[in-house]
Structures are given as structure tokens and as C-alpha cells.
Design a protein around this ligand. Structure first.
Ligand SMILES: Nc1ncnc2c1ncn2[C@@H]1O[C@H](COP(=O)(O)OP(=O)(O)OP(=O)(O)O)[C@@H](O)[C@H]1O
Ligand SMILES: [Mg+2]
Length: 428
């Protein structure tokens, strides 16, 4: 089976559903003419780095926004265009891109910058891979920049993963400190808005920078993004209304373009697995469910087993009970029963409360303070941000928890006996 279809028509009709599936791959970088719905953001980033085109110093800029809002894509796109425009004005400009989730220390990041620069130029000095500190890498960076470039745009993607922010200071002060004559502009990217506060505390004014916020896509924008890639499918495979439905579902949930494209791809795969050559609204709905479970699993994958049990406890109470919010105490009662089923020792109620708070932080649950009459004291009510079904599925994907009751069993259980708190009378 050809997973990797090519643009060559000779191989296209081997796959009855997809024509150019690569357009839907996660890592795929779309051509310029497939970028839609971000004109204002493109212009804003261009305003910050665009001075390089005239041979002037660019501004530094931090881009914040939730996942899948086009931050990485737009940054690379604008930086590359600025580089091209500069070159046509006889200005030597380069774009350097660092994924700080991989190069997550100052040493790794500077080493990669030095190596990338060496590769782009005819710099001859040897760059050691280990055994040297950041200072040596900086020296190579300044040397190559001076020798080869008037300007450089450095994109530090997922900058919150970097262990310290010294690199920001080094890059922004380099010219002033006479380390290099090259103008350097930094584009920092983060999907953690908390990073903004921590950055403000850690760095001083030498990293003068603007801030841009990318908002989630609305349904109309997601529709355009997907329409622009519908040639990933064979003609007439997408039934009327499928892209619209996919966009509406994705906009309602998160406005994440990456997820919307993934849903479309998954829907195509479902159709193919079912041996049909039409992707229907039903495929989209099923694909959306799979995507949502994946999303929850991603969000909780780093969580401890007790955090997962806490989530499962809340989700299962919602499924078997009649409310959609529960107090910490009520979640705890169910949690203890769930631990018993999983043959694990429960943490204390206070420990569970901390787990729940952590989940609230991840955006999986919302907790709200209620009550608080003088004699009663206040308490927290927890609700799930997503369908409890998805939580149950995602938690059960953990191999050590796959014995817990399935969603379907919980639904039946709820119909038979309400008000039971600990599931203990329940045997699958
Ligand atoms: N405006 C757009 N037009 C076309 N495709 C887009 C657009 N925005 C995003 N995409 C697609 O969605 C994917 C996700 O976008 P991108 O990687 O830029 O998001 P991000 O904001 O950097 O997310 P994260 O914070 O998770 O890194 C991209 O690979 C791209 O294919
Ligand atoms: Mg990104």
C-alpha cells in the first residue's frame, strides 16, 4: 500500500481515496498559496522583522498562541520572504530555525546555530560536537555571521522548553557588545502564555521585543485551510458538506488547524478501510472522536497514574450519575473504588485534590469554588471540559489501566444503579 503518494499521475489511482496524501501529513509545510486566514498576522510579523529588507535592524518579537494556530508556519513563511526580499536588494540575509523542544539547552541551541551557519557558508573552522561550552559556540556564530551576512533572523520555536533565556540576551546584545556587525532579529514562539510572565521576570530590557498573539481559527478560516488542501483527495471523494462539518467541529473544540487537518485525513483513512470511495459526514464524526481521544491522551500522557485515575473517577461519576459537576469529596469516593479495581493504593484526599488541580492546569477539567456560607465553608466543583467518554477511552489506553470498566459498561451501570459512589459492587 502506498502511504506516500507522489504528485506523479502514474501512481495516483493506486489509492482510491487519496491523491496527494502528503498534503495532510503533520509535518507538511504548505506552499505559500495554501496559507489562508492569517493575513493580519503575516503583516504584523513582517512589520517586526521587515527592516532587514532595507538593510536596517529588525525588531525582536515574541509570538504567543494556542497550539495549531499557525505560529511556526507563519514565522517561517515571513522570515523566508524577508530573506528573499533582502537578497533582491543585495543584502545578505539568513534565516535560522531552532526547535527548542529538541535543542532544549543553551549549549544545544548554540551548537545547532553554529552548525547550521557552517553548513550554509564556506566557514572552515571545525565546530566541536562536544566538550566545549556555549562561549565557544557563540564565537563561531559571531564569526560566520560577520563573514557572510548583513542580517539574520533567528526563529526560536517552542522557546519555553529552553532551560534558560541567556541566548535571547546574547543574540540581542551581540551588535551593541561589538561581537558582530550583523543585524540579528529574534522571533520567539511559545504556546504557553504563562511563559510570558516568566520571561518578563527573567530578562532585562536589553531584549526589547514586541508581542503578538495568534488566536484560534474560526470555522470559516478552518474551512478555507482545508479547502485549499482538498486536492489531497481524489476528485469527488469528499461528499458535500464534509469540509464544512469538519471545520465546524474543530472550531467548536479548539480552533486548531493541525487537528482539523488530522481529522480530515483520519476520515479518509476510515473510508478507505471500509472500502468506500466517498468520505461522508459520518466518517468525519468518527474521525473527530478518535482525534479527541488522541488529544486527551497527549494532554495526559505525562501525568501520573493517579492523575489518570482521578480523571477516570470524575468521568465515570459523570457517566453513571445525573450531574456534570462533582465535589472533590465525591470524586475521591469514586477514586478509592477505582484504585481498588486497578489494585493500586489510593493517595489521600488532599493528594487527589492536587491531582485535580494539575488537570485543571492542563485544561482537561475546570474547577470552580462554590458555596461558602459562613457555617458551610466553600468547596470546589469539578467538571470536565471534554466528553467523559473520551477521558475513559484515553485513560484505558494506559496499559496498566485497561482493566477498568469501558465507557459502554459504565453507561449500563449508570442505568441500573444510580447514587452508588464507589463502583465496588460492580463487577464487569
Ligand atoms: N493559515 C494556515 N493556512 C494553511 N495551513 C495552516 C495554517 N495555519 C496552520 N496550518 C497548518 O496547521 C499546522 C499547524 O500549524 P503550526 O505548526 O504553524 O501551528 P503552531 O501554532 O506552531 O502550533 P504549536 O504551538 O503546536 O507548535 C501546520 O503544519 C499547517 O500545515
Ligand atoms: Mg509550532
Amino acid at each position: 500500500m502506498s502511504e506516500q503518494t507522489s504528485g506523479d499521475p502514474l501512481f495516483q489511482d493506486q489509492d482510491p481515496v487519496f491523491a496527494r496524501k502528503e498534503l495532510l501529513h503533520v509535518g507538511h509545510v504548505p506552499d505559500e498559496d495554501r496559507i489562508v486566514g492569517r493575513d493580519d498576522e503575516i503583516q504584523s510579523v513582517a512589520n517586526e522583522v521587515g527592516a532587514v529588507v532595507r538593510g536596517d535592524p529588525p525588531n525582536n518579537v515574541m509570538i504567543y498562541g494556542k497550539t495549531g494556530t499557525g505560529k511556526s508556519l507563519i514565522s517561517r513563511h515571513v522570515a523566508t520572504r524577508a530573506q528573499r526580499a533582502a537578497e533582491s536588494n543585495d543584502i545578505d540575509c539568513t534565516v535560522l530555525y531552532i526547535d527548542c523542544s529538541e535543542a532544549n539547552t543553551e549549549t544545544r541551541a548554540t551548537r545547532q546555530l553554529a552548525l547550521d551557519l557552517k553548513e550554509k557558508t564556506d566557514y572552515e573552522a571545525e565546530i566541536p560536537l562536544r566538550g566545549v561550552g556555549t562561549m565557544e559556540y557563540y564565537q563561531h556564530i559571531w564569526a560566520v555571521l560577520d563573514a557572510a551576512y548583513d542580517a539574520a533572523i533567528v526563529i526560536l520555536d517552542e522557546i519555553d522548553k529552553l532551560d534558560n533565556s541567556n541566548i535571547l540576551m546574547q543574540l540581542s546584545r551581540a551588535r551593541e557588545a561589538r561581537k558582530t556587525n550583523t543585524y540579528i532579529g529574534v522571533i520567539g514562539i511559545s504556546n504557553k502564555v504563562q511563559y510570558k510572565e516568566s520571561l518578563d521576570e527573567r530578562i532585562d530590557s536589553s531584549f526589547g521585543h514586541r508581542e503578538l498573539f495568534f488566536h484560534p481559527y474560526d470555522a470559516a478560516q478552518l474551512r478555507e485551510i482545508m479547502r485549499n488542501r482538498q486536492d489531497a483527495f481524489q476528485p469527488d471523494v469528499l461528499a458535500d458538506g464534509t469540509i464544512e462539518l469538519c471545520a465546524a467541529l474543530a472550531a467548536k473544540k479548539h480552533g486548531d488547524a493541525r487537528k482539523a487537518i488530522e481529522i480530515l485525513k483520519e476520515a479518509g483513512e476510515l473510508a478507505r478501510r471500509n472500502d468506500v470511495t466517498e468520505v461522508t459526514e459520518e466518517h468525519i464524526k468518527q474521525a473527530q472522536e478518535v482525534a479527541e481521544v488522541n488529544r486527551i491522551e497527549e494532554l495526559t500522557s505525562g501525568a501520573t497514574v493517579h492523575a489518570k485515575l482521578a480523571l477516570y473517577a470524575l468521568a465515570s461519576r459523570i457517566i453513571t450519575g445525573e450531574r456534570d459537576t462533582y465535589k472533590t469529596r465525591e470524586v475521591y469516593q469514586r477514586y478509592v473504588g477505582v484504585c481498588e479495581m486497578a489494585a493500586l493504593d489510593p493517595v489521600t484526599e488532599n493528594g487527589l485534590y492536587r491531582q485535580l488541580k494539575e488537570q485543571a492546569f492542563l485544561g482537561v477539567i475546570e474547577s470552580e469554588k462554590t458555596g461558602g456560607g459562613r457555617s458551610q465553608g466553600s468547596y470546589l466543583l469539578h467538571r470536565l471540559v471534554t466528553d467523559p467518554k473520551h477521558i475513559v477511552k484515553a485513560v484505558r489506553r494506559d496499559a496498566s489501566l485497561d482493566e477498568l470498566p469501558t465507557y459502554e459498561t459504565l453507561v449500563n451501570y449508570g442505568g441500573n444503579q444510580t447514587n452508588d459512589t464507589d463502583l465496588s459492587s460492580f463487577v464487569e
